[in-house]
Design a protein around this ligand. Structure first.
Ligand SMILES: Nc1ncnc2c1ncn2[C@@H]1O[C@H](COP(=O)(O)OP(=O)(O)OP(=O)(O)O)[C@@H](O)[C@H]1O
Ligand SMILES: [Mg+2]
Length: 614
């Protein structure tokens, strides 16, 4: 909490001084009130003097008005500080999360990050507001009332000195048991957020597989678990109020008993006894409130440490000090490979098996690399090393001859455009989605990209064309349309390297072929117009999508099982041959070098690989 105050509180220092100062003035009036009441009792009510009653009544009224005015100012300062700090923390968290690499995002998990940016920031906000309003009030009121009471009569003060530690002890015992529960509650909220997110984002799949009951059960379990912890902590803390008020009222009885005797013998006045009772009640109530503040601060310090954990997480992928990389001259591109992997390996965590193992390959500028392999063979992981979404754990990856770790990230990700495996669009319009890479792209450029991505037809059919609305996640488009729009988005802004990660999986064979043809044409045209030819990396599980590539990399459990052209691999790589035999038609396989077409070869293309582990 202190760390957050140091980071974000500076701007609000003025409010954090004015607010408590106003509260202090209100507390001074609260401390004077019992003395004025004592005077009212002794000089007004006791002496049957109506004028004195009215006089002290007016003094009390004036003190109340002044007290309320200062309270209002304090309230405003508290609102300005807490809301302002909350906004700043949320903004800083969001900005920092955007700087984290995939590795850190994987570690925290999206639901936990969402809870931290919403619920945890709210907790901190609440603590700041209470801190400005109450942190001075209750301790000051408790100590002030105690001193004032002892000043009235030391003998009665002994009752005071017995009650106060008794209440303190009750609090200490209860709080020590409650605090661990508060920490658990946050983690349980994270779990509810995770299940909610999975259940809601996968609602269609859940229904398609008739898993509603299972999901309901999972949610109910998590909610019950959270509720049980909240109830356990609620039960524990519910002991607090009855016990403290019991001690307090026993104390008041004792004061009235002993005070009454002292009034009888003339050692004290009635007003002084009443003032003593008021001070005692104020002190003990203040202790109850201080304890509540402790609860709020405990919860918020758990939240603050979760926020700090994110803010202090150093992004593992940074580009500090990296100078812009000079791209090869268009006329002199031969010596520099567009892309090279040098014994690159990657694993998702310490001790985890390598998702990519010792990959070495080089792709010249303007050429096409096809990557094929079974599900989980490491295709997406391998291509995510190129725009530095992850850093290779061993070996290196270079783009245009420079290690990706030497590139400024903005430049690297401008040069390398990625079409991710999961087509994701954000709410807005088609235009706002297409201009992510280049906000100044003209309509002609957008239509050219849509043409290449085979998406212009359905966009033209929309009455609003480029300004047609896109709903959250692009859910008002079909899977194939979403894929084409994400391909078009990558093509805007003239990338030099295009990575398509299984991006044509929802396209029919004809459209897939037309897309590859359009990309190849664009590469040739780019070179003819004096620019760099487009280098393409196509990840697919379909042989038909990669077979025309200049180089095909066959991945098997993260390692390169074969590297070469379609014909070379068909002749030399058993895994590739098996994939081909499971997908290509008999007539397509006939005539391949070294081929013996098995009787089981399909007569029509099968969309996926049949080899186990592929
Ligand atoms: N974020 C992650 N955390 C931990 N392990 C992961 C993560 N992403 C992928 N993996 C693991 O890394 C391996 C390679 O995954 P990858 O997504 O690269 O496979 P793929 O070849 O692209 O598969 P597909 O064809 O299904 O897209 C798999 O074993 C997978 O379980
Ligand atoms: Mg993949």
């Amino acid at each position: 909490m202190i760390e957050l105050l140091r980071r974000f509180g500076g701007k609000f220092r003025r409010y954090m001084v004015i607010g408590p100062a106003c509260k202090l003035i209100e507390v001074i009036f609260d401390l004077l009130t019992p003395l004025v009441i004592a005077q009212m009792i002794d000089k007004g009510i006791g002496a049957h003097d109506v004028n004195a009653v009215v006089h002290y009544g007016m003094v009390l009224g004036a003190m109340a008005v002044i007290g309320i005015s200062f309270t209002l100012v304090c309230q405003k300062m508290a609102a300005l500080t807490s809301q302002g700090m909350g906004t700043d923390i949320r903004g800083a968290l969001y900005q920092h999360i955007n700087k984290l690499s995939y590795a850190e995002l994987d570690r925290f998990g999206t639901p936990s990050l969402i809870t931290r940016i919403t619920n945890d920031v709210n907790q901190v906000q609440l603590a700041v507001a209470l801190g400005v309003r109450m942190l001075i009030r209750w301790p000051f009121l408790a100590v002030g009332s105690m001193c004032a009471a002892l000043a009235i009569d030391l003998k009665l003060g002994i009752i005071f000195l017995i009650c106060t530690p008794a209440i303190g002890l009750v609090f200490w015992v209860v709080m020590a048991r409650c605090i661990p529960y508060y920490k658990q509650l946050q983690a349980k909220l994270d779990r509810i957020a995770l299940i909610c997110r999975e259940g809601l984002s996968g609602a269609r799949v859940v229904r398609a597989f008739v898993r509603e009951d299972h999901e309901r059960e999972r949610f109910a379990q998590a909610a019950d678990d959270q509720a049980n912890t909240a109830i356990a902590v609620g039960k524990l803390s519910s002991i607090l109020n009855p016990v403290t008020f019991l001690v307090m009222n026993l104390g008041v009885c004792a004061i009235l008993w002993v005070g009454g005797i002292q009034v009888n013998v003339g050692e004290l006045t009635q007003g002084q006894v009443m003032a003593f009772v008021n001070y005692m009640t104020q002190t003990l109530t203040s202790i109850v409130y201080v304890a509540n503040l402790v609860v709020v601060f405990t919860k918020s310090s758990a939240s603050a440490s979760r926020i700090n954990e994110v803010l202090n997480c150093v992004p593992s992928i940074t580009d500090e000090g990296n100078q812009p990389v000079a791209l090869p001259e268009p006329g002199n591109v031969a010596p520099v490979p567009a892309l090279s992997f040098d014994h690159a390996s990657f694993s998702f965590g310490v001790g985890a098996a390598n998702a990519v193992s010792d990959v070495t390959l080089e792709l010249p500028l303007g050429k096409t690399l096809g990557i094929i392999g079974g599900t989980g063979s490491g295709k997406s992981t391998l291509v995510s090393l190129i725009p530095r979404l992850y850093d290779a754990s061993a070996g290196s990856v270079s783009v245009m001859g420079a290690d990706v770790r030497a590139w400024p990230l903005d430049q690297l990700r401008h040069v390398v455009a990625t079409v991710p495996q999961r087509a994701s669009l954000v709410s807005g319009t088609i235009r706002s989605n297409l201009t992510w890479r280049d906000e100044s792209a003209t309509d002609d450029e957008l239509w050219a990209a849509l043409d290449m991505a085979q998406a212009s037809e359905f966009v033209r059919n929309k009455p609003q064309g480029l300004d047609a609305p896109v709903e959250a996640g692009g859910k008002n488009f079909s899977g194939g349309q979403r894929q084409r729009l994400t391909i078009a988005r990558a093509l805007v802004g003239s990338p030099q390297i295009l990575i398509m990660d299984d991006s044509a999986s929802a396209l029919d064979f004809k459209t897939d072929a037309a897309l590859r043809h359009a990309i190849r044409e664009r590469s040739v045209r780019g070179a003819a117009e004096g620019g760099l030819p487009l280098t393409t990396v196509i990840v697919s599980q379909r042989v038909s999508t990669v077979r025309d590539a200049d180089m095909i990399c066959v991945l098997d459990h993260g390692s390169v099982a074969g590297l070469g052209t379609h014909d070379e691999l068909y002749a030399s790589c058993q895994l590739y041959r098996e994939i081909c035999q499971s997908q290509l038609r008999r007539e397509e396989l006939e005539g391949q070098q070294g081929s013996t077409v098995p009787a089981s070869a399909p007569t029509a293309p099968a969309p996926t690989c049949s080899k186990e582990g592929c």
